[in-house]
Design a protein around this ligand. Sequence first.
Ligand code: SAM
Length: 288
Amino acid sequence: MSGKDRADGLPPLRDVIERYGLNAKKSLGQNFLLDLNLTRKIAGLAGDLSDRTVVEIGPGPGGLTRALLMQGAKRVIAVERDDRCLPALADISTAYPGRLEVHAADALDVDWRALLGDAPSATIVANLPYGVASLLLVNWLETDPWPPWYDRMVLMFQREVAERIVAQPKSKAYGRLSILAQWRTDPKIVMNLPPEAFTPPPKVSSAIVDFRPIAQPQPPCRVKTLARVTAAAFGQRRKMLRSSLKQLTPFPELLLKRADIAPERRAEDLSVTDFARLALVLDESDAA
Ligand code: SAM
């Protein structure tokens, strides 16, 4: 076992992994970041955390967790599914008294508002397990009420997923995730990482997306309706909307006319605002 890491007095992450036998499990999407200079840069992307509660998913051996605490996060709430990581995380808690809470849980089962306790909101920062990253993101983006319980999300994804999140109309990557993310937030890719940045290296490159929630997304449709409309439109992305939207309504041409969208257009030609307008018209016709 070698000495302490100069930055925070805790052992280097490679020693932590060896001490607690944290060999990476593929099934849990374990690709660790062991370079504290890099994790500090990532934590820095979330801005000033000194008065913030941070929610971290999948702290693993704690590289990003330590960086968040070093950067001055007031409180970090970490949710980790792999119990093998708990002793390593307990050591970090001891080094930062009263600032790190660890919850041994599956992030897909967490009630986020309850987890926050009396904190009014939180910033989510995570190197997400790729197997559940899109599902977690969609849950956070579809959360109600809106504005949500988080003020910002800084999240690592596979590069291909990050590109879908920020994709523009008329591109191959543009789809349901782009529309949901861009209607409710202002997503930006803020860092790209090659596979070698991780231990073990994944097969694909990665990217970090910074999401800032938009207080009042426009037009103000129901998020579930937007999801239904994009599912129908992109389920048959090459078809004209007058045909693909038959799944939603027996009168797709009427719906399109009310939303001022030509029936011959296809899903990938429509802007985020067009989709939200279609969803709003559908909400109004359901309410009528
Ligand atoms: N944050 C660490 C880092 O950057 O080195 C580890 C990131 S690793 C990509 C993903 C982490 O998420 C692992 O620690 C894994 O055990 C954890 N994990 C996987 N599925 C999870 C789930 N459903 N809920 C909570 N944590 C999960």
